[in-house]
Design a protein around this ligand. Structure first.
Ligand code: BGC
Length: 763
């Protein structure tokens, strides 16, 4: 009898269920009933050591599959490795045609035919691009964020991919670091909620429109010293436990299938070779069953770190530390079998890593159908769908933060206005896509000009004014020229003079943030600040639209420009979203997920800092307190801040009880009134301060938030619950627990919330 099952399924199944060939017609049915771990073990039993190690090997795309098979060099070696079953995963191969062609080699030409995982950086959309993750975080809207991740998953899954290297959940406190655009900002609580939303959005029920998530970068990468990418991470015990891990833990608990470790060292041990992080915390304490992939070349980089003496030793350290898959260091494929034979890495560890990787392949259904993601008809019907454009537009509008709106300059009038639109970024169809959108084509975003042009009642005049410093690396000759050219100023001034309102779109180009794009200056790049000040002299009636991937230093603008809109890099529908907000067809409700500094010298800047022993000004001429002599300690715009066309008033903060006992709870309620005549949404935020602890505690910490719609004139009562879990932290006892003591409660519309109450917790 001929069965239509691939040989690997058949063989694995027969072993797993103890079937004889005479029972072949039972196979298909029983195969589906077996628990995944038995299937995994049955496959593992068939594998040689080299094949198991092969699962731990990931290669970058190396060959244009539409051309002939590679015959020499590295490409030929990689090609042979796929045929031998020595490649567990590929990255940067995408599109059904290419994925299918490579999968076919793995499945049909290797001895066991184990399918390959295809990974790609789908960070904020594949072709239809949603706002950069930092912008999405500003929405505080978990449903919208989950939906955005689901759109990204659907498009990538339709394009042959089954694994995204997202979400990035690194807490980030230093805007100099270019990768702040990729995460959820400075807060652990908000970051955890978003991590869960993204994992759910990507993975869904692991159907054909879902992909495996990869939570990264484990751990501490966001604390790169002085914001310089790849730099050393030097964090204290409290930060290492209370601040960095919670979003990772939340993502693991939400069922994320994979993790990625990171480039940096933590307390002197590179994350890729860090046993404590990967084996103790992630796999043991958190019971994570998925696998850990290294970051690109991070295993080999342990040599540069001065931790491993050569690649072979790096492979030994990484494997022993629980880094299951090697992304492009080639250390496992070259040395791991030898290391096992020399007794330096146990075969148990190899089995564990291979088992974890195979399990994910089973969970994704790749053993049932290695071509599950390879349907050209579906690809065509899915990528770029209208409903995806609607989805990313919705997300983009929700991500915008209104920073200032003096004299209600916004929303703009829809009729009879002459509007000067100034700035290179206003007419840019690529920059809004932001960094890390490698699947999307340049020029596919709606520009601000295009968005504003939808409104026909006003006259628009465009002037570039100045270029944004473009390009990467940052210091090219070209960049320097672009950074100093003021020849467009005159045209901009003339346009402004003749206009009722000026809309200036300034900020960073999409590629001025992201990996490797750290900056020491956080002002507007190039001559944009000068352009702003020059135009202001001609016409101060300016709406400044910022498009950027990190908090910027905009003190002058805050002091002079009447209306400021933070529009980040909003993706494919950027210009439409901005226009709808400027014209009031959408009432903004975004709140900053990162503090905006007054000066770069305040970095790292974050609202949940510690109190220190000298937090206050003591009066008189005292300088002996924790402060700067030339700048305030405060952020220009604090974490959680954002305005709306509505205005909200907070009253009646009430606690159901002033004492909290073990297993008890307190209900916190507050009345929020929309005092304007416009319906709107407000993110109501709850902060706690633990007044003393076995280790020093932050001045306040976000512990709850709710995005509520409140109609004009309406009052809504918003409630939060506080229990023991809410006040737990990693104490001096080296565990998470609630410590007895006194707590303050603050509720309001940002991290400066001033309504205050208190309670005492006792066991
Ligand atoms: C980045 C990762 C990314 C990987 C693969 C690395 O440089 O740090 O975040 O997933 O490349 O592209």
């Amino acid at each position: 009898m001929k069965l239509n099952l691939p040989k690997y399924v058949l063989a694995a199944t027969l072993i797993a269920i103890g079937c004889s060939t005479a029972k072949q017609d039972m196979v298909s049915v029983k195969e589906k009933q077996l628990p995944i771990d038995r299937k995994v073990d049955s496959v593992l039993n068939l594998m040689t050591l080299e094949e198991k190690i092969g699962q731990m090997n990931q290669y970058n795309g190396f060959w244009n599959v539409t051309g002939p098979a590679p015959k020499d060099g590295d490409a030929a070696v990689k090609y042979e490795h796929i045929k031998k079953g020595w490649v567990g995963s590929m990255l940067n191969v995408r599109g059904v045609k290419d994925v299918r062609a490579l999968q076919k080699i793995a499945v049909e030409e290797s001895r066991l035919g184990i399918p390959v995982l295809f990974g790609y950086d789908v960070i904020h959309g594949y072709k239809t691009i949603s706002p950069i993750p930092l912008a999405e975080a500003a929405s505080w809207d978990m449903e919208a964020i989950e939906n955005s991740a689901a759109i990204a998953a659907a498009e990538s899954a339709a394009s042959g991919l089954n694994w995204t290297f997202a979400p990035m959940v690194d807490v980030t406190r230093d805007a100099r670091w270019g990768r702040v655009m990729e995460g959820s900002g400075e807060d652990t609580y908000l970051g955890s909620a978003i991590a869960v939303a993204r994992v759910k959005g990507f993975q869904g029920d692991l159907g054909e429109f879902n992909v495996a998530a990869c939570v990264k970068h484990f751990a501490g990468y966001g604390f790169a010293e002085a914001g310089k990418d790849y730099n050393t991470v030097d964090v204290n015990r409290s930060t290492l436990h209370n601040i960095i891990p919670p979003p990772f833990k939340a993502a693991a608990d939400a069922g994320a299938l994979t993790f990625m470790n990171s480039f940096n060292d933590v307390d002197g041990i590179p994350a890729t070779g860090n046993t404590y992080l990967q084996r103790e915390v992630l796999k043991k304490d958190w019971n994570f069953q998925g696998f850990v992939v290294s970051d690109w070349g991070s295993m080999g980089e342990m040599v540069n770190h001065g931790y491993a003496k050569d690649l072979k030793q790096a492979a030994e350290f990484a494997a022993n530390a629980g880094s299951d898959m090697d992304m492009e260091s080639h250390g496992y494929v070259m040395y791991l079998a030898q290391l096992v034979k020399e007794g330096k890495v146990s075969e148990d560890k190899i089995n564990d890593a291979a088992r974890r990787i195979l399990r994910v392949k089973f969970q994704l259904g790749l053993f049932d159908n290695p071509y599950k993601y390879c349907d050209e008809v579906r690809e065509k019907a899915t990528v770029g769908k209208k409903e995806f454009h609607d989805g990313v537009l919705d997300m983009a509008k929700k991500s915008i933060v209104l920073l200032k709106n003096e004299n209600n300059l916004l929303p703009l009038k829809k009729q009879g206005q002459k509007i000067a639109v100034i700035g290179a970024l206003a007419n840019d169809k690529t920059s809004p896509l932001g960094s890390w959108r490698i699947g999307a084509d340049d020029g596919t975003a709606i520009s601000v000009m295009e968005g504003l042009s939808q409104y026909k009642g006003n006259e628009l005049v465009y002037a570039k004014g100045a270029d944004v410093a473009l390009g990467t690396p940052a210091f090219t000759v070209e960049t320097k020229i672009n950074m100093t050219d003021k020849s467009g100023f005159e045209e901009a001034v003339n346009a402004a003079k003749n206009a009722d309102v000026v809309v200036m779109v300034l900020g960073e180009h999409g590629l001025q943030t992201g990996e490797g794009r750290s900056r020491v200056n956080l002002g507007l790049p190039g001559v944009q600040q000068e352009l702003l000040e020059t135009v202001y002299k001609a016409n101060p009636n300016i709406v400044l639209v910022l498009t950027n991937g990190r908090p910027l230093e905009i003190v002058w603008a805050d002091g002079n420009i009447p209306a400021i809109v933070e529009a980040w890099h909003l993706g494919t529908e950027s210009g439409n979203a901005i226009a709808q907000v400027l014209y009031g067809d959408y009432n903004p409700s975004g709140k900053l997920p990162m503090s905006f500094p007054r000066t770069v010298g305040q970095m790292p800047l974050y609202y949940n800092h510690k109190s220190t022993g000298r937090p206050y000004y003591n009066g008189g001429n005292s300088v002996f307190w924790s402060h700067y002599t030339d700048e305030s300690n405060e952020a220009l715009y604090p974490f959680g801040y954002g305005l709306s066309y509505s205005s909200f008033e907070y009253n009646n903060l009430k606690l159901s009880n002033n004492t909290l006992n073990q297993n008890g709870k307190i209900t916190v309620s507050v009345d929020v009134k929309n005092t304007s005549n416009v319906n709107g949404k407000e993110v109501v935020q709850l902060y706690l301060r633990d007044l003393f602890g076995s280790v020093t505690r932050p001045v306040r910490e976000l512990k709850g938030f709710e995005l509520v719609s409140i109609n004009a004139g309406e009052t809504k009562t918003v409630s939060f619950e506080i229990d023991e879990k809410t006040i737990e932290f990693y104490t001096a006892n080296n565990k998470w627990e609630a410590e007895p003591g006194d707590f303050k409660v603050f509720v309001g519309g940002d991290s400066k919330a001033s309504l205050e109450a208190g309670f005492t917790y006792s066991k």
